[in-house]
Design a protein around this ligand. Structure first.
Ligand code: SAH
Length: 218
């Protein structure tokens, strides 16, 4: 899979690429580039945004700048899935993550300040995606959220011993995973469920399935 992230803050992503799951799939399953609009702007002085028509505070990312950047990188971006992050977009859930992880290539557009000129959302992006019903100061955190969630879906991202069954996986029919415990077996009187210490794998499996069902229903 190939993902390009357009941002004003490419350096903000470095920690993410150094950690699993991203680090495990970079250069193999995932080819990732961070690109900055400033490198492609046709305007002088690295200008990428402008004051809003009609007045008001904040700067708006320009449509001509975003198009110049996409054209410089792709020539014609026709057929490519281009996602603009917006608090007003389709809300990200595991279904959308799985759908996007199936793509061969994705472009993620992030903005800061007052956001995108609306024409970017309407005509340039194929999708507008929100990571939740709240307003952040930029699209970098949403881009990191999506990158992390997609990377987990790629082969080799998660350690084998962690097991393949996760919350929302098909094996759980879209439900939640069972609770996890580790040592110590008792701490301040809080005991780990006895069944997990029993060594009886069939019993443990049954218990975990029950807990998953309970959590998914409530
Ligand atoms: N004035 C805009 C918000 C701008 S926030 C409005 O009300 O819609 C600046 C940028 O941060 C946005 O353009 C978007 O890229 C990003 N952003 C903020 N909150 C977000 C969210 N919940 N999900 C995805 N992106 C978000």
């Amino acid at each position: 899979m190939q993902i390009d992230v357009f941002t004003l803050l490419p350096h903000a992503f470095s920690w993410l690429t150094e950690q699993r799951p991203l680090a495990a799939v970079l250069g193999s399953e995932l080819e990732l580039r961070f690109l900055t609009y400033r490198d492609y702007t046709p305007l002088s002085g690295g200008q990428v945004d402008d004051e809003p028509y009609g007045g008001g505070a904040g700067m708006v990312l320009r449509v001509d700048v975003v198009c110049a950047a996409l054209e410089a990188v792709y020539g014609d971006a026709e057929g490519r899935r281009v996602i603009a992050f917006s608090p007003q977009g389709r809300q990200l859930d595991q279904g959308l993550v799985d759908e996007l992880a199936e793509e061969d290539a994705l472009t993620l557009l992030s903005a800061r300040f007052e956001g995108f000129d609306e024409r970017i959302i309407e005509h340039v992006a194929t999708d507008a995606v929100s990571i939740g019903p709240y307003v952040l100061s930029g699209g970098e955190l949403p881009a990191m959220v999506l990158l992390d969630a997609i990377a987990r879906r790629l082969p080799g991202a998660i350690r084998e011993e962690s097991g393949a069954v996760e919350s929302f996986s098909e094996a759980l029919e879209g439900g939640f995973e069972f609770p996890h415990y580790t040592r110590p077996a008792e701490f301040r009187g809080w005991r780990v469920p006895d069944v997990l210490l029993s060594g009886n794998h069939a019993l443990i499996e049954g218990w975990r399935l029950e807990r998953s069902r309970e959590r998914s229903l409530s």
